[in-house]
Design a protein around this ligand. Sequence first.
Ligand code: AMP
Ligand code: MG
Length: 407
Amino acid sequence: MPSVVESRRLILDAVKLLPSEEVPLLSATGRVVSSSVNARWDLPQYDNSAMDGYAVRASECRENTPLSVVGTVMAGGSRDESVPPQSAVRIMTGAPIPSDCDAVIPFEEILAESCTEITVPGNVKAGAHIRNKGEDIRSGEPVVTAGSVIRPADINMLAAAGITALPVYRRVKVAILSTGDELIEPGTEPINGKIINSNAPALAAAVMEAGGEPVLLGIARDNEESLQEKIASGLRADVLVTTAGVSAGERDLVREVLGKAGVEQIFWKISLKPGGPTAFGMKGDKPVFSLPGNPVSSMLMFEEFVRPALLKMMGYKGVFRPLFKGMLLEEVHKKEGKASLLRIKVAREGNIFKVHSAGNQQTGLQRTLVNADAIALLPAERTVFQAGEEIDFHFLHDSALMGRDDL
Ligand code: AMP
Ligand code: MG
């Protein structure tokens, strides 16, 4: 039975990058660029003023010799006529520098000013308050490189450099199949021992949160024909995730039918609780995850094993959530031999995290996961964790406890 680390390695070694697609700039936010995208022109495109003020020749600036004002250049305008000796041009931020000027004096540094004449300070340096053509980026240089995640600031620079579309890795399509004779769809009344198929919408939400596209396949019944049909359509997506029917019960046919459909099993069962009876296989380039049916187990297995794989397929680096150290506020016990995922609450005191159990850790209780901010992975060999000890944890959401309301 592979450990958590071994299972993750087997999964990440097996999954492949998806192909890329060209998307408009606005659809690229948060996605991973698949090859570098180069500036179509210099930024800035021309030498321009960094301030509202006067464009001058630095060598002509002397405190006792006024300069004549010979015109104005606005942002978006330009001045083609030459600037006569001993003259200055009013210039607004962003406007091109007249070709025979080499410095800008901001309005607030002008010593005296009339409509026709200005008195300037004597110590003006060539190049002052000028943004030089190409100093931000040169035409043909990469604005973004393969592997970078597009943020709004990238969009700004890409748009400025003439880019309207760019290549990003495709969103992963994840087929979600619930299995079980006891299941009925949300919106129907649970009578006679029926159970609502709540895993499917939850996993679909988790897929979307990870940046993928869920494909809901509905429910397969615990018989070969039903499973075969649903699994065949699931294998048309990039990834297939099934829930339930993967333990050692009489009706647990999922692995068998996957095998008949050509899915090569890479492992079955992870040395972990909850979530142990999870299977992973590949059909060609397509990963297939068979998660336990229990809602808490299926959510946690998605979080710890499926999500990182989806992120890798979509080109992301750093596919595991960051680990933090938290001081345990109470003693925690677990069985020896298997790692354990502890659902925890986290409180922040300054830069110190203090953690405690989010409630009764029985796998059957969904509320404890709903209450949890984070997951602590307790190592297999340990059984007792002392109050005051530091343990590793990761948050379950990007934003959990990291935001603040104080001004
Ligand atoms: P199994 O993995 O088939 O032994 O199922 C374990 C538990 O999870 C049982 O109580 C099932 O009723 C429940 N379960 C299975 N599939 C789902 C589902 N899609 N949504 C919610 N609960 C489920
Ligand atoms: Mg079942």
